[in-house]
Every structure is written in structure tokens, then in C-alpha cells.
Design a protein around this ligand. Sequence first.
Ligand code: ZN
Length: 337
Amino acid sequence: MSLSLHSVQILTLATLLAMPFVRAEVNVVEKVDTDVYFHEGDLGRYGHCNNGWIIFSDYVLMIDANFPSGAQVVLPKIKAMTDKPIKFAFDTHHHGDHAYGNQVMHEAGATIVGHSGVLTEMKKYETNYFTGKGSGPWESAAKNRKDVAASKLRPPSLLFEQKMAFDDGTHRVELLHFGVAHTHGDGWAWLPKERVIFTGDACVNGPYNYVGDGNIHEWIKTLDKVIALKPLKVCPAHGPSGGPEMLTNQQQYFKSLLAEVKKLKVAGKTAAEVQAASDTIKETLRRDERIAHYIGSMFFEAQVEKVWRELKGAAFPPKKQAQVQPAKLKTKTLVMR
Ligand SMILES: [Zn+2]
């Protein structure tokens, strides 16, 4: 997930805690299969993403590097389980809650792996790191997060285009790229023997679909390719793990959203009218129990606008200041990027 308002959006803790699907089971190691683990991050308090890890015969592959503080939560849990070195950390995409812990993982001995698009996206957005100019999302996050301020950006250095495999004869993990979805550099970790897939933010389990860096039309098609793998277990980057229905539900959410916005496009509505219809669309989608849990207050209008823009609609008119500012609550703020 990435939360973005001019690349960074400040959220109140209360806003995040108001999200459904922020569960008490966070920070608990879940055994998915032999040597395969899932760990739901504490999104509500720290903005942490979920992690996975696979223990091979002579090393560990970790899925996502999390924020630095998230990596520091998970590292001791892996080390308590095995003496094998964590040799690889796989960034499912470039967002800070998945990749800003890269330096922590590097210091722990890991090489950072990612689809080439992760590096491309970092080069596009992390202007300060790559050009020494401007203030990118890292600098914005560092202003609000001590863990980011105390670390540094480290892009992935081991890249793949379509596929990279880790195989020790017992376990096999394929890192795969199926096309644009949540970002232009989404990687998936597929375990063909166990039929387990780690999805990054390209499939989440709850109202966590940030759509600013991807393409919803492409995302729907990309999910088709993942569904065709026929996984039995799905480990998302936000929200609890689940079965294969998570992939079809996530896809259905976007299909239904697209269908509703298309109706307005065909009816000749203006951007302002579509914006005003967001709550009505939300209530229509909420009636479908397969997808209701994907609807949240934080991202919904941005999702409607994204689909609308992809349908060649004009940008939504800016809202009055009072409407775009998150509630000014006297509480800790989190920046996630
Ligand atoms: Zn993300």
C-alpha cells in the first residue's frame, strides 16, 4: 500500500484504527506450509506491511522488506526459527512500507531482489537519492518516521524481468511479473508445489487498495494471469491471509467499480457529477458481500477518480480545504509511503 497526496499523505492514527480488517492477530507468525511463513504486519499502529519467508536448505528468502521498523519486528522472529542466513529480501514493489526496510535487510546480510520496474519506479520518484535534487517520498517519510530517518534508501540490486527462481530441490519459489497492477513493477512470489502465492499490494484483503501508481484496467487483466495459476493459499501484503477467492474478490471489486463508473460515462456525466456520485457507487458495491470489505473511506473517491480518468474523464474538481484535510485529531500521525 502507498498513501499519497502529492506523493505523501499524512494519516491520523485514529483514521487507520477506524479501518476494518485491522485485526488483533497482527504480529503473529503463521505457518503456511513446511518452511513457509506469513506474518501480518501492524498496519494500524506502525504502517507495517505483511511479510513472508521461506526457509531453504541453506538460506532464507524474505518477502518484502517492510518499513525499517517492520523489518526489525520480523528479523528476530526469523532468527529465532533458523540459523540459516537471510540471504535475499524481495521487494514486491517500490512503496516505502515494502522497500524502505531494504537497508535494514542489507545490514542483516540480505541482497535486495525486485522486478526491474521497482528500480524504474524508484528512479522516477526518489529524485533526491538518484539526482540529489528535490525531495522525494523517502525524505517526506523521514520527516514523520524515526525509523526511516535513522536509515537510508537502498534500491534493489538483483533484478528480474519476467521470472527468477529459487530452488533447492525441496522448495521452489518463483518471483514473477505478470504486468501492471498496483504499480508498474509488481512482483509475485509463487510456490508451485505448495500452491501458495505472496501477492504484494497487487492483491490485498481489506480496504487497502491504493491505486495512484497503477492502472485498474491492466490490474484486472494481470489478476487473470495470477488466478490461472490456481493457488490454494493467498498471502496478501495487507490484511489476513486467505484462499483463492481473495484474488477473484479483489478482481471483482475493480470490475464492479469499473462497471458503475462506466455507466456514468455512458450517461454523459461530468467529472463533478461522478465525484458527487461516489457515495452512491459505494453503497451499490457494498451490497455485494464478496467485495464489501474492499470499500473504505480513505481511498474510495480516489479509486472512482482513477477509473474515471482511465475512461478519459477529466480530473475531479478540487475540494474545499476543509474536506481534503484529514480530521485534525490530537494523536500521533503516521506517514506511509
Ligand atoms: Zn503499495
